[in-house]
Design a binder for this molecule. Sequence first.
Ligand code: SF4
Length: 458
Amino acid sequence: MKNNAASFIAKSTIKAADLEHRRKINFNIGKYNAVVPQGKKQFSNIMLAREKAKNRKWEAIEHLDKYLEEFEKKITARGAKVIWAENTEQALEEIGRICKEKNCKTLVKSKSMVTEEIHLNAFLESVGIESVETDLGEYIQQLDGEPPYHIVTPAMHKSKEDVARLFADKLGTPSGLTPEELTQVARKILRDKYVQAEVGVTGANFIVADIGGIAVTENEGNARLSCAWPKTHIVVVGIEKMIPSIDDLPLFWPLLSTYGTGQQITVYNTIVSGPKQENETDGPEEMYVILLDNGRTRLLANPISREALYCIRCGACLNACPVYKNIGGHAYETTYSGPIGKVITPYLSGMEEYKHLSYASSLCGNCTEVCPVRINLHELLLDNRHEAVMQGSSNIAERIAWKIWKTASLNRSMMNMGNGKMKNWVVNKVFKGWTTHRSDLDFSGKTFNAQWREKHGS
Ligand code: SF4
């Protein structure tokens, strides 16, 4: 079995020392940091907006069952078909079945992290369907055979020169094209694919209960083309994307834009509430919405960690995280990286396999500080550590070591036993893991009590 923790540490160690990688990330995050304050100016009271957003997500998640059923009822009445998928296998089986029915050879896909989560492209390839990413960043990543690097900006780790080299290598374009020229190349290729595709797949930024619709936010218009051009539209969406009402969108759309990219509002915001109706000229003939659980109800069952389901996937916590900025998005080897990835992945993919991620944090709280829906991310990381221990995911040596540490820390006479040298030896040699990525601990030669007596004479 793959040792995820060892692989994470190995990849992180390499990336943290890669100065060119750090330069590119700092450059791109620096641009993001420069524009976010501009976006925030549109809110007269940004903290109030964030609190309100948190309250609305609380409402949606606390009554998720009710809102999911309301959504299903409304969108079904307009001719869409809702499919409930408990896990990846069920979601893929349903997508495979629909594609087979439609005799699908080519499928266009807009950017969607949930389809990354279920590894949709690999599945489609295995059944002989060409799946084409239509978001430019995702298209670049697909060309390069890499997963997205960031939940909002999939090719954030690539410079414009890297992309020009990739296009020259994979598509035979002249070397050194400008970003505008590269965009035109991708545009031309993708336009043909929309026309060919029998099926279009999108995610959803929000599921809107009261109107029975999904809301999609994007800057390129590719999601609109993916859902409107092919005859069949499949939406794959995690159940936590729920918001109670269309009246919540005027709050969530600008929040997502501001914290995602620093824009006041994203270029295209689309609501889809069913397939083409009798009196309509545009849109797909059929629409399916796959509501995916895949571990989300495990999060829901935990009254503390549940608030991680409020996430609107803006990516702000990744950009703010000192760990992410050093090791990048791929070292995690998970669909969702950065602070939010570290919180939710153990629930989505297994505590035992991914508990190590909760330790990859300085607990500085920067993620919590920037989150637009005010998720207590750093505290949830601590809770994950606690949860892992409660589930028995800690080894016996670790448990004994911490028991000794706790007993000694609570007992002044034990703390006073031995000198600094001996304590250094115990901590630095016996607790081996501590010093692998840290400098040795250096205890004072004299105990606190001895120093106090020297200073105060009693
Ligand atoms: S946890 Fe908060 S900051 Fe991070 S992606 Fe989700 S909404 Fe954005």
